[in-house]
Design a protein around this ligand. Structure first.
Ligand code: SF4
Length: 428
């Protein structure tokens, strides 16, 4: 059963409708796939069921690694006999793992859905195990359960679990912290651009190495590379950090405004940032031309999935000429999305939450040229002759920054180009 609540926003802001109902998204365990690639000496130990193990294996593709960095401790019937047994078993598994893998510098205990796992207090288990392995590595716990998290929220929970371990920054030190997982290549580009605009004290959270924890305090300025880190931001703000309000670094305009928002905190004008970044901006403008030709004038519908929907919609409308039919997102954090909401403006209709049946009915009624959705929904829509783009691809692909603009647009252009080729092929 679904409930629809409409609320009016200021005149210049999009109208937002909230839906409650069924959803079809991956659980937070999925985030382990990109998190373990980013934090290269971390290990993710899922405490879960065979279903969890299967999800991780299929999401990660080929999984025959000599030294994997995630695993599932499967709770069997025997473990249900008593919680004390479960804790002993967990301690034994962790001790064996750490003995075999001296390279691991951060261990995450990851909770899942089965009721026997929910009964286990993994946060307490992490504290207990930290005491045992104090000088060896850091241990924390978070939930990737499908009952509590969608796939991008898994990253938020993971990062939030690390915030208590961040060292305190000296009061007078002003540093920038970029929050949200990005590919190493994007980090390099961003460091270069920050230096060009006059900011050199930059940390990335999470960093490629688990021990490389940024310090946090009243001088910390936080800017987000990913929009789905609400709990992490709250934890950082509690430790004194200040959030910089900015759009997300997707597309040329979003990326430029993102650097300008950060630079303003260091007293640099928007004009000086535009001038310092003129070369990558010009390169990005040139690279976007071809993909824009395929996207111009085409209609687009976002189903709620990744939480990247608003910045992507803004980029595809403003820089690629697409026409937005509906932009749905699983959660709308008005603070973290303030700049995107302003840019989208009152013409756009946003749906927060999910009621799968009514969302699909609207897609079928409007038959957009492209629907951005989860993998499970894409195939049925394709079978009905609708073109789709899997939103999870946008998490696994480096898409932030100037140099990735053409790749980002290309991800949306490809299904439409392929369709045209099929049409031409069927007539020749
Ligand atoms: S955490 Fe829950 S939703 Fe995710 S794979 Fe395990 S059982 Fe399924």
């Amino acid at each position: 059963m679904s409930q629809v609540i409409a609320r009016a926003d200021a005149d210049s802001m999009p109208s937002v409708t909230t839906e409650r109902g069924e959803r079809a998204v991956f659980c937070g365990l999925t985030s382990i796939i990109w998190l373990h690639r980013r934090i290269q000496d971390a290990f993710f130990l899922v405490v879960g069921s065979r279903t969890c193990a299967h999800l991780l294996q299929s999401a990660a593709g080929v999984m025959i690694f000599a030294e994997p960095r995630f695993a599932t401790a499967i709770l069997g019937e025997r473990d249900l006999a008593g919680m004390a047994d479960c804790h002993e078993e967990l301690d034994r598994v962790v001790s064996e793992l750490l003995e075999r893998r001296p390279d691991i510098r951060r261990l995450f205990l990851v909770g899942s859905c089965p009721s026997e796992v929910i009964k286990l207090d993994l946060a307490n288990a992490a504290t207990r195990l930290q005491g045992v392995h104090e000088n060896r590595l850091r241990i924390s716990a978070f939930s990737g359960s499908g009952i509590e998290t969608t796939f991008t929220q898994g990253e938020d929970q993971c990062l939030a679990s690390m915030v208590p371990d961040l060292p305190a920054a000296p009061e007078e030190s002003q540093r920038l912290m970029v929050v949200g997982t990005i590919a190493d290549i994007i980090e390099d580009q961003f460091r270069r651009h920050f230096a060009q605009v006059g900011i050199t004290d930059v940390d990335f959270f999470p960093a490629a190495r688990a021990d490389n924890l940024p310090s946090v305090g009243p001088g910390t300025r936080v800017i987000l590379a990913q929009p789905y880190v609400s709990d992490t931001v709250s934890a950082l703000v509690k430790r004194g950090a200040k959030l910089i309000s900015a759009p997300y670094p997707l597309g040329i305009e979003g990326t430029l405004a993102w650097f300008q928002a950060a630079a303003a905190e260091w007293g640099h004008s928007p004009e000086s940032v535009q001038e310092a970044l003129a070369i990558p901006i010009a390169r990005a403008q040139k690279s976007l031309v071809k993909a824009r030709e395929s996207l111009q004038g085409r209609t687009l519908h976002f189903l709620p999935d990744s939480q990247l929907e608003l910045p992507l919609a803004r980029f595809l409308r403003d820089e690629c000429g697409m026409s937005l039919i509906e932009v749905a997102t699983p959660f709308l954090d008005q603070t973290l999305m303030a700049e995107e909401l302003k840019r989208l403006g009152s013409e756009v209709s946003i749906v927060e939450g999910s009621d799968l049946d009514s969302a699909l009915a609207r897609v079928r009624a409007s038959r957009p040229d492209l629907t951005v959705c989860g993998m499970g929904i894409a195939n049925p829509l394709e079978a009905e002759g609708l073109r789709t783009k899997w939103s999870i691809e946008l998490i696994f692909t480096p898409i932030q920054g100037f140099d990735q603009v053409a790749d980002l647009a290309g991800l949306f252009a490809r299904p439409l180009t392929r369709e045209r080729q099929l049409e031409v092929g069927s007539w020749s």
